[in-house]
Design a protein around this ligand. Sequence first.
Ligand SMILES: Cc1cc2nc3c(=O)[nH]c(=O)nc-3n(C[C@H](O)[C@H](O)[C@H](O)COP(=O)(O)OP(=O)(O)OC[C@H]3O[C@@H](n4cnc5c(N)ncnc54)[C@H](O)[C@@H]3O)c2cc1C
Length: 401
Amino acid sequence: MAATSSAPAPYEELRGQYRSFMDEHVYPNEEALSREDDGASVLIEALRARAKRAGLWAPHLPPEAGGTGQGFLAYASLNEEIGRVPWAQLIFNCQAPDAGNGEILHIFGTDDQKTRWLVPLVQGDIRSFFSMTEPDVSGADPTGLQTTAVLEGGTWVINGRKWFSSGAEGAAFGIVMAVTEPQAPPHRRMSQIIVPADSPGVEIEPVAVLGHRGRGWSTHCEVRYENVAVPAGNLLGERGAGFRIAQVRLGPGRIHHVMRWLGQMQRAFELMCGRALERQAFGGPLAEKETVQDWVADSAAEIHACRLMTYDAARKIDRGLDARVDISLLKFYAATALSNVVDRAVQVHGGLGLTDRSPLSYMYTLARGAHIYDGPDEVHRMVVSRRILKEFADGGRWTFG
Ligand SMILES: Cc1cc2nc3c(=O)[nH]c(=O)nc-3n(C[C@H](O)[C@H](O)[C@H](O)COP(=O)(O)OP(=O)(O)OC[C@H]3O[C@@H](n4cnc5c(N)ncnc54)[C@H](O)[C@@H]3O)c2cc1C
């Protein structure tokens, strides 16, 4: 299959183990998992325990952080397999936003913070959320965030209103971006603070997104902070470093998303091709209609391009090179490819593609958010073109090294 033949060879065996687990335990349970009821929660816990026993656990983090990771390229290969079913990231304990929170706790956390928050997070005993976006100001331009944290004695006192704090329902803690240095330049005003979810003054309320309320991990929540007091030691990294830490978190996070989208695209593509071959209309299979053939060819080209771009960016990150432009380029390009491929697959399925009898309907709603979360497409285009144009303005000539 194309998806496997282009995977980096050293990781093919490990990828095969993830694929076997998906075949045996995840696809057969996909419908039950998507019900998001008590039964689904029990099933998730059982599958998590099984994945952990099998050593298929936290593949995004290096062993020194408690994971089984072997770098970005390896993870790109595995995550394409994992991304084919939305719940699988939770089963292998590499789900957003815990994955990103684990990374910044590993890089910036104190020993105490690691013991208290990172260890149980990587063990899978607790979940977390990342609380940056606010309803009242632009999330695309986080320099305008309004939530404040004031140090009073040995305590941070936090006030503000966030939303789209994914997975906040049932989480043990959140990492909150708050203004701690109001007089500093825009990118030095904010800090990140760890807030236990059961702190007095924290109120969490799921918001339905595209008609879907979710449950626990799959929620997107409004979170209100009213005089929430946490110890001074809950500051993550330095005062005023919130924006920089967010960049460290969101850079890899964006490429993690794209890795999973590849899985979604590939799966939608396979479903589209299968349906086109079997469905008869106007005297023959859909596969014989030229428009459908165009969709297959365009989708194949887009998926292949995204995969090569992902592997290229992952290799750069593994070599310690600057991949900021690569990641932004990939973020908007892959979001569009994902939407295109899933939309075409839905179209080939006709009405079936919009029902809960096909995974495509859920994939379709998830694909829309890809254009917005972790930076809207327009902002990533801006980042890419600014950087390229600056290089030309300085007398250089942009190339992808
Ligand atoms: C499914 C989902 C999960 C999310 N999870 C989290 C989470 O866990 N934690 C968290 O903190 N946030 C989360 N977010 C929030 C997300 O990061 C923000 O929605 C995003 O950054 C955009 O901010 P905004 O919604 O305030 O849009 P705005 O900033 O109001 O922007 C609105 C629109 O303006 C346009 N725009 C903005 N800037 C420019 C520009 N420079 N040029 C041209 N057009 C522009 C874009 O089209 C953009 O979509 C999530 C969002 C979604 C959809």
